[in-house]
Write a protein that binds this ligand. Sequence first.
Ligand SMILES: [Fe+2]
Length: 396
Amino acid sequence: MFPATCEDTIGPYYPYSFTDTDRDDLTVVHPGVVLRPQGEAIELRGRVLDIDGKPAHGVLLEFWQADAQGSYRDSADPHFRGLSRIHAHDGEFRLRTIKPGAEPGRAPCITVTLFSDGFSRLVTQFFLEDTADPVLDSVPAHRRNLLVPKQIRPGVYTVDIVLSGKDETPFFEDLHETPRVHGIGPTDRTSEQRTPRERLLPIPAVGLAGFTPLHTELPALRAGENDLTRLSAGRQRAAGEAIEIIGSVRDAAGKPQAGVLVEVWNANSFGRYAHVADDHDYPLDPLFLGEGRGITGLDGGFRFWTVMPGHYIARPDINRWRPAHIHFSVRGGGSRLITQMYFDGDPYNDTDPMRVLMGADFVRQIGVPSLPSSQEVSRAFRFDIVLGRTYFEQPA
Ligand SMILES: [Fe+2]
């Protein structure tokens, strides 16, 4: 059991978008925007089932696919994002999307990544046409039908993702050298029920491009997702001092934890979150959403760029201010763990409840000044997360 911090470690401003369900429709740019992606709108729906055939609750699903022309990153369609995220609270999912086109040499397909307690990450691909495909052909013939959703009526496809047991979905891996992520915290003991029994299948080289967002070598899930200082690559910088946070996730023995999903969020330089629950009067920065994600690499490392967060008042009744801080969520083979990074010398550190609870151990939560990797950031801080040493919020 990890030492506990008080439960407001997560703060009231956890970004909805990390768990939201409003990225389940790729047929629109954003709700309320009339511009639309090209192509045929389809629906893919189904369930995530555990070994007993029961809905596996709380699985985070990510879908990644080419646009209608079969193009991924350099998409000819500026209104198609290709990446969606659904939190299957009750084990069910429903994705509205554009029917993907076929890349050269491939069949139209949708890649699915699953994150949950009990496994670090699982990936598979679903094929919308029963045509030859090198990835599908790499699966034993008797299991291929598990990767071909049924079309129950025009444009509507269904498929179940079976995590374990009979009719287990074939899952793939491209991470042969990656150390497995072991449990990083208390779990709900359902991992045995969910872990695949079948061996993961290697992704054929020809199929790797379609799985690209899953590469652990990348510092983020997709380009720019670990750079909070811009809304997207090439855009104008947010207000404030651009800083870099580098660090790693390791266990108590020093072993790097690869493939861990790290989420960060922080207030803008004025101390305001771009979050509906934040009703402070501090200015919003239209160029700062304040949330980012990354996946640790083989060395357990992560890297974020953000702006130096401002102070905000947490308890006006007793005039208590929060020191500058950055929230971290670490999610791997076990339950999600939440912590915060602080900055040395902040005048409000001494009165912060977490500082009071931790006593001298507070030093573990302080980012250590470090060498920036780029002149685009003015300062860098190292924050190494050590399981069993870093303070985390106690799971409820
Ligand atoms: Fe906060």
